[in-house]
Ligand binder design. Structure first.
Ligand code: ACO
Length: 310
């Protein structure tokens, strides 16, 4: 029987065993996109500062953090010889969903605010949303090649193709969703996108939609999300898209998109999204205070990404 796992040899998948994201090495490694961008530059100081605990009197890094500085070669995952970036196909869906259950479903700021689910548990509505994006074959994952030829998914970016009527239809479909938490989150996102209509503004008939950005908690702070967004831009360009968009829900994802050339189109402060009694619908935890709808116009070459004439 066919399996939902990787096309090459695997140890397990959600339908076969619990070791979902550890996969056996392929006979010959595919270095998809490995030439797309040079290794990310690292900065010892900033890496150290990121992990330094706040203490006004501390001038030297404590012992347990000095290792992070000294092993800098491995501190940046995009420099790591074991990290590979690959396109996600429908056959990877089960592994990607399993990664998201442990790293996105409970951690993403809006999901957290709505109490969507516990870490590791499933959420049918959000899983359908993710699976739909994977079908468009524009998504990318970072996989860490472990010892003995096993793989672990370190991060994913799920990208989909968005057409002018898709958001209105998705909003309509929300009425029949039995998941009130999911409805709360996506009602806000869809309504915002309908009000601040990128299709009308840029006069395009399709957009490259960066829907889900997620990095395994044990791999965060190493530049993986940044690299996934960078590679998504390359995928969008290669596939002839003129416009990319993303609903970035937290300050870190917003920073990542902006550093990849995205610009803010509109914003929704969370404290101003209230019900008829003035109660905040999604009480998102600090430091995240607003959702940003970001866009990136794509022209022919890397240096030339400007807002298209319309
Ligand atoms: N604290 C401080 N800075 C951070 C943090 C953090 N927790 N996370 C990211 N950053 C900053 C870094 O300073 C870095 O900037 P630099 O290049 O100047 O050093 C920049 O963001 C890029 O960081 P990465 O290492 O590439 O980000 P990472 O791989 O850790 O992934 C992510 C970030 C995706 C937000 C991760 O924390 C995560 O999966 N969170 C839960 C899910 C989520 O919130 N996803 C985004 C929702 S929006 C969307 O999906 C479209």
């Amino acid at each position: 029987m066919g399996c939902c796992c990787w096309s090459f040899a695997f140890v397990g998948c959600s339908s076969c065993s619990s070791r979902i994201s550890h996969l056996k090495a392929p006979a010959s490694r595919l270095h998809i996109f490995s030439q797309l961008s040079p290794p990310r530059k690292t900065n010892n100081k900033s890496r150290y500062l990121r992990y330094r605990p706040a203490h006004p009197l501390r001038t030297n890094p404590p012992q347990k953090y000095t290792n992070l500085v000294h092993t800098r070669r491995f501190a940046c995952a995009t420099d790591s010889p074991t990290m590979e970036y690959k396109m996600i196909g429908p056959e990877h869906c089960a592994q990607v969903i399993e990664h998201l259950r442990h790293n996105f479903f409970a951690d993403e700021p809006l999901n957290k605010a709505a109490g969507l689910c516990q870490n590791g548990s499933s959420c049918a509505a959000l899983e359908d949303h993710c699976a739909e994006a994977i079908q468009d074959r524009m998504s990318v994952m970072a996989v860490d090649v472990k010892d003995a030829g096993t793989y672990k998914i370190a991060g994913v970016v799920l990208n989909g193709i968005l057409k002018p009527n898709d958001t209105a239809k998705a909003l309509e479909k929300l009425d029949s969703s039995g998941d009130a938490h999911f409805r709360k989150i996506f009602e806000m996102l869809h309504k915002h996108n309908l009000k601040h209509n990128l299709f009308e503004h840029f006069d395009v008939q399709s957009m490259f939609d960066v829907r889900i950005l997620s990095v395994d908690s044990s791999y965060r702070g190493q530049g993986i999300a940044n690299e996934l967004v960078k590679r998504s831009v390359a995928v969008a360009r290669k596939n002839g898209f003129r416009l990319m968009k993303a609903d970035a829900t937290g300050i870190f994802s917003q920073k990542i998109f902006r550093s990849n050339g995205f610009e803010v189109f509109s914003e929704q402060p969370y404290c101003k999204y209230t019900d008829e009694n003035g109660k905040v619908i999604l009480p998102v935890e600090a430091p995240h205070i607003k959702m940003q709808l970001l866009y990136k116009a794509i022209c022919g070459d890397d240096q030339d990404d400007k807002v298209p004439n319309h």
